[in-house]
Design a protein around this ligand. Sequence first.
Ligand SMILES: [Zn+2]
Ligand SMILES: [Zn+2]
Length: 129
Amino acid sequence: MDRRDTKQREAILKFLKNTHTHPTVDQIYEEVRKEIPNISKGTVYRNLLVLSENGDVSELNLQGTFSRYEEKQDKHYHFRCEKCGRVFDVDEPIDKDLDERIARKTGFTVLHHQTEFRGLCKDCNIVKT
Ligand SMILES: [Zn+2]
Ligand SMILES: [Zn+2]
């Protein structure tokens, strides 16, 4: 890994550490470009793959959207606003009992489940008069 790669990777990670918006590749690219103007979108994407493999960032695969990324944390739920499309962390532990219940019901081995809450965020919920 050469020095240029390290610098790019650090810039991406730094941005993800300082944001809680679960940005897409495009949004990460736009932001990192301010610091490293000659970076390409392909490079950003490649670095995100490496960072995911290293366990430094998590890739979120929400239904019907582009992949979004965040700094690696404990598994948590997400809420997506149907109006503005923003994704928020939900401070609620993952329900492990649900996995067991489904396993008992089906006889399948349940490794994990993915639940996404949807609705309107506080900003979008305001009735404009
Ligand atoms: Zn909203
Ligand atoms: Zn999150």
